[in-house]
Design a protein around this ligand. Sequence first.
Ligand code: SF4
Length: 451
Amino acid sequence: MTSPTETRRTELVEQLMERYPHVPREAVIKEDLLRGGMAFDPSALSDNEGGEVKPKSYFIFSFDHGTLPELGEAALRRPPEEIVLTGGPYELRRTVVSVRVNPSSPYRVAADADGVLGLYLDGRRIADVGLPPMPDYYRHTLANGKSVMEVAPTIQWGYLIYLTVFRVCQYFGAKEECQYCDINHNWRQHKAAGRPYTGVKPVEEVLEALEIIDKYDTAGASTAYTLTGGSITSQVQGKDEADFYGQYAKAIEDRFPGRWIGKVVAQALPREDVQRFYDYGVRIYHPNYEVWDRRLFELYCPGKERYVGRDEWHRRILESAEVFGARNVIPNFVAGVEMAEPFGFTDVSEAIDSTTEGLRYFMSRGITPRFTTWCPEPTTPLGKAQPLGAPLEYHIRLLDSYRSTMEEFGLSSPPGYGPAGAGRAVFSVSSFMDSLRPGSEAPEPTSGRKG
Ligand code: SF4
């Protein structure tokens, strides 16, 4: 039996599908799953690295709606990294969704009487669920016994190798950490649970894990790697941010020239540092601006405001286009935090207007931002203040605005995100790629270092 609240969720989803018919239905379901999470029946969990399903790697943040001790069996037998939805009453085309666990979500992944997995909303089956098979390269370990999943996990159905090489952030504590970010907490909780979780990944370990991926990814699904981790405000192992993250790109490009497209997520750095990233072999730069509104940026990103400042951050984003080319500078924002209590917009239209102003600022200069859907993790100040996240209507209208702003400025989807369009996209942490026109994706940048 469904409660009135649960029934309203189905109604909300269907109303939005009706009001925004040009936003794919797949994207409506995906955004709702990303903002509010999904519950897992034990039958839908993985058996960690010993099973047949690719487990959730916790590649940077927890992206869960509970702490590990609150997740019950899902903490012991990890959920899958992603699920793929098809069919059902909404006739969903293939939709890849990153897994965010929420035991109290009205969405539930469970097996039916015949053992066939499905996604249930308010108790009604709305899609068939496919799980990612365990990749061959996860079945091998490094010489020191570490798993490939720990050192070089892949996401986006195997498209992206996610190298969080520095598992903590030097923006530390309430006065510096971004208010929606649980990177430091996630590091602590994995340590507390006794899981392997390397703070700084040695370059040689990364290369060894990539060697295994290169050898066993015979289908060639892996296309790009992202170097990322916390901000470095001083040094790590005697290196500043550009040299620390850049050393991995250099080593990867030396060993596997042009094998993958190199991306880095880092602070908006001065031009000389950005040039060093490029010279090391990075081809896509993500100096994430997080939230557009000035007041909210200052409140939500106190570390970024303190060390760089919003205006300078934006200036450096524009400047970095001179090094990477505007198409290859792709700053991220966290969609939804602008509606977080107690400081955020309370009106969806105002939030969309603000965010669209930011999109126009960058897109009018040929820079295409992208976004991830905010997951209100419970140990973060914003997640505590607003555990239900932003309204679904906000997310649907943002998809609409993103696509029309991109089209207004004659841009295609940012490079390095795989195919665009419902039924084709693999980008799993927001549905911006699902909601673009099929075939509208940019050509992939040339990988590797010059000279
Ligand atoms: S810069 Fe902000 S979002 Fe990025 S890891 Fe540090 S605290 Fe988290």
